[in-house]
Design a protein around this ligand. Structure first.
Ligand SMILES: [Zn+2]
Length: 251
């Protein structure tokens, strides 16, 4: 098998309202949620999935959000360093979508291919008013960078496949990673915030199109069933406690 290892990289925690997590919920109760990236080591390539926050965003978050929590180790460069990776050696950076808690670290990768759905890239530059506060242009307005704008599913290297999962945003994508020992793992991104979103098919509260978001959840579940794999949600605090942390990894 071409894929060798999958590392989970923590990028801190923020507070979020339940109404933002679960479509249709009215509770403004805030909960602390993790922000994370994943590094895939394959024989043909080193691939990063998502990039967390921009370091410049952290002071403001810490000031305005009592549930925000970041350590120096949570910075993406330091997390990469902890698994022996320098940004310059990452071949591809797959960004699930261009919201600020997923695209914030893109500028670290001027040499890498930045793999994004074409629809997401276009929308992020001209978002609807209700979504504008989630897209920080500085994160993705990176002239000279190697954007690879794709449409739909794509096998990047053997065992690593982008799965289109739009709905949360117009061009959201997830990543199927086929591991030799652990089996297939689908990194859902914000298609599935929590395990509850997977099990009960709950749509994210922050959403561009709830119907498509629901279809995307079902799609990932179908793929997971067919390949006998599992789905990793993006922001589930209880699930995150069960995820292996470096130096441990999924092989
Ligand atoms: Zn998002």
């Amino acid at each position: 098998m071409a894929v060798q290892a999958l590392y989970a990289l923590q990028n801190g925690f923020i507070g979020f309202e339940r109404s933002g997590l679960f479509y249709g919920e009215r509770s403004s109760e805030r909960v602390q949620i993790p922000v994370a990236c994943y590094l895939v080591r394959a024989s043909d390539a080193t691939i990063l999935f998502d990039t967390g926050f921009a370091p410049r965003a952290v002071p403001g978050l810490l000031r305005n959000d009592p549930l925000a929590s970041f350590t120096d180790a949570d910075l993406l460069v330091h997390r990469l360093d902890s698994v022996g990776i320098e940004p310059g050696t990452v071949d591809m950076v797959v960004i699930s979508h261009l919201h600020f808690d997923h695209a914030g670290g893109a500028s670290l990768f001027p040499k890498s291919e930045l793999v994004v759905q074409q629809d997401e890239y276009a929308y992020a530059h001209y978002p609807a008013s209700f979504f504008a506060s989630f897209y920080y242009r500085k994160n993705f307005d990176l002239p000279g960078y190697r954007w690879r704008l794709i449409e739909g599913d794509l096998e990047l290297v053997p065992g690593v496949t982008v799965l289109r999962s739009d709905g949360h945003t117009p061009g959201h994508q997830s990543l199927l990673v086929e591991l030799p020992e652990s089996g297939p793992i689908i990194l859902a991104g914000d298609c599935c915030y929590w395990q509850e979103h997977i099990e009960l098919e709950r749509v994210p509260g922050v959403v561009w199109d709830p119907t498509r978001a629901l279809h995307a959840i079902k799609r990932l579940k179908t793929v997971a069933r067919l390949v006998n794999g599992r789905i990793f949600p993006s922001h589930d605090p209880a699930f995150w406690q069960t995820v292996k942390q470096p130096p441990d990894c999924y092989r």
